[in-house]
Design a protein around this ligand. Structure first.
Ligand SMILES: Cc1ncc(C[n+]2csc(CCOP(=O)(O)OP(=O)(O)O)c2C)c(N)n1
Ligand code: SF4
Ligand SMILES: [Mg+2]
Length: 244
């Protein structure tokens, strides 16, 4: 029988701790496929965030480092500067990268660090119980915005890709999603490009934002969560290449 679909080797063969319909697993697979297709398995080092993806090192069969909440870009900076031949990537949620770690990512991009950052925007703090994140959209109900997020008092959703794209040190910024197969294919292209730039020695930060479902704390079925990304989330976070 001909195999038409198989697990890519860098994605470990193990049970997942993610909720049904979570986007983290899809994002992991895109990274694993990229590492295998670029044949960089032996020279890639990843950084796992604090957040639901705290166990990313259990799924990706490459060397990985666990760092304090939001500090991945600083650690990636040190790793790349001391190991320029290695391919360094960080994997960060929106609470990690766009709340406690905002300063880290802005300054890493500003300095033009040669690292690859995969940013998982699911519009909530998933791991801690679905609280409002900087990326929570207006009117979105979360554990801490029971009447929906309001601009007055809670502020507007933070568009990190747009912020980073204006910095000369960010060489590539693209926002994609995983809400249907066509979008997953686009996301894969973006992730691969962000790794390829580092491999090619292009000096500067390569950044891919992925709009990703959290059905558990959006209180939706997995299918509805995918629809909500397409219908609502992309209004605030338009998909496309912002730079590079
Ligand atoms: C210094 C510090 N502050 C706060 C926390 C609590 N904390 C753990 S995960 C998290 C937010 C995670 O949200 P996100 O990065 O969006 O990841 P998700 O779970 O949504 O994928 C917070 C605030 C922590 N672990 N360390
Ligand atoms: S809480 Fe949300 S982000 Fe965390 S594993 Fe579940 S669905 Fe995924
Ligand atoms: Mg999140």
């Amino acid at each position: 029988m001909k195999t038409v679909f198989a697990r890519t080797p860098t994605l470990k063969d193990c049970p997942t701790h993610y909720c049904p319909g979570c986007g983290h697993g899809i994002a992991h697979r895109l990274i694993a496929e990229t590492i295998d297709e670029l044949d960089i398995h032996g020279r890639t080092i990843g950084i796992a965030p604090v957040g639901c993806a705290v166990l990313a090192y259990d799924y990706l069969d490459v060397d990985m480092v666990e760092v304090a909440h939001g500090r991945a870009p600083a650690v990636a900076t040190g790793m790349k500067r001391t190991n320029p031949d290695k391919v360094i990537f960080s994997y960060q949620g929106d609470g990690d990268l766009a709340a406690i770690g905002t300063g880290e990512i802005i300054h890493a991009a500003h300095r033009g660090e040669q690292i690859t950052v995969i940013f998982i925007n699911n519009a909530v703090f998933g791991m801690t119980g679905g609280q409002m994140a900087p990326t929570t959209v207006l009117d979105q109900v979360t554990a801490t915005t029971q009447r929906g997020r309001r601009a007055v008092g809670e502020g507007y959703p933070l568009q990190v890709s747009e912020l980073l794209a204006i910095l000369p040190g960010a060489v590539y910024v693209e926002r994609c999603s995983v809400y249907n197969p066509a979008q997953v294919r686009r996301a894969k292209k973006a992730v691969k490009h962000a790794f390829q730039l580092q491999l090619d020695g292009v000096q500067g930060l390569a950044f891919v934002e992925l709009l990703s479902p959290c059905p558990t704390y959006w209180r939706m079925t997995p299918v509805k969560a995918m629809e909500w990304i397409e219908k609502e989330m992309t209004k605030v976070f338009p998909l496309g290449r912002l730079k590079g």
